[in-house]
Ligand binder design. Sequence first.
Ligand SMILES: Cc1ncc(COP(=O)(O)O)c(C=O)c1O
Length: 394
Amino acid sequence: MSEPTLLAKELDQADELAPLRDRFVLDDVVYLDGNSLGALPAHVPDRVADVVRRQWGDLRIRSWEESGWWTAPERIGDRIAPLVGAAPGQIVVGDSTSVNVFKALVAAIRMADAGRDELLVDATTFPTDGYIAESAARLTGRTLRPVTPAEVPGALGDRTAAVLLNHVDYRTGRLHDLPALTAAVHAAGALAVWDLCHSAGALPVGLDEHGVDLAVGCTYKYLNGGPGSPAYLYVRKGLQDRFDSPLPGWNSHAEPFGMDPSYRPAAGAVRGRVGTPDILSLLALEAALDVWDGVSVAAVRAKSLALTDFFLRCVAEYTEPGRVECVTPERHAERGSQIALRCPDAGEVMKRLIARGVVGDFRHPDVLRFGFTPLYTGFRDVERAARVLGEELA
Ligand SMILES: Cc1ncc(COP(=O)(O)O)c(C=O)c1O
């Protein structure tokens, strides 16, 4: 097999997604932190400037209608829908992921049979999901039961109301089996709620195909929506009439300008809205999503696996055996779009990598995380990152 440096060049030449890199603002740094904050698409600043100067500055209040501000949450939801395998009319964008986890969980519990008194949560979840699940359980008088995703099938039963799972583990990069776990949750008569933060934009999700009930995700990682860009909420069409939001704001009222003192929910995905949308962030996200036009999620997944495979190969080549332990599964079916390596001095190692222009991140206590965004990461970047890592670990 060729030298990694030669191979990287060949792989970049054969990469059909490589031209997309020019659509992003990137410098000489190898940016492997798109699983935390995606890079800036180059056309976004001008679009945001237009929103600020013309839509806000010149049109002012007229923009709610004339610039499509009012309908932006569901319009942008429909732009995200094909990326997560959802038909239109089921996703609304707004609020943070944390807030949407709360809406989804409480709504799921309210849809479950009253006798079901347990809420299962991924014990290894990103902390906010666990905190909110605990609060949702307390508010609805249910018991929270933290279990690992592998333990979910055995923990399900006629007491289970709903289950909150992560599609990809934020720390290890492990991809969980969404189709099988959703089917198991349904077989037990419960509802499946998925957190897609680390999968949307990196791999196929298939929300409709696999009958997921509710899902949430952020837009600032692989969707490149910008710091703090609003999250999204998916409610399966067949459940929308029963979606009883714990945060029923005027934006989700059937007649928001009727100023009715009593609440009547709107039909469809709009029911997931709460208050006035965060227009500047929302429209920055809408602009950022343009880079996805004509891009197939299957091609993104294929490249993501090729990138992570190549990174593992280069790490094996450049790093002393036993110096790091890979905690991301080898099997493609269990791997997201990141590689997590464990070593005792991970915090210090990551500082040195960043100083040398290889940007990943550190997760307490001993994990080096490298995220691979197929839209703008190339194979030569991967080779360089692994080489610098090997040098810093030596
Ligand atoms: C898996 C997961 N869920 C939830 C969150 C929290 O998202 P937010 O800060 O938008 O509420 C994050 C943030 O990184 C995350 O990685």
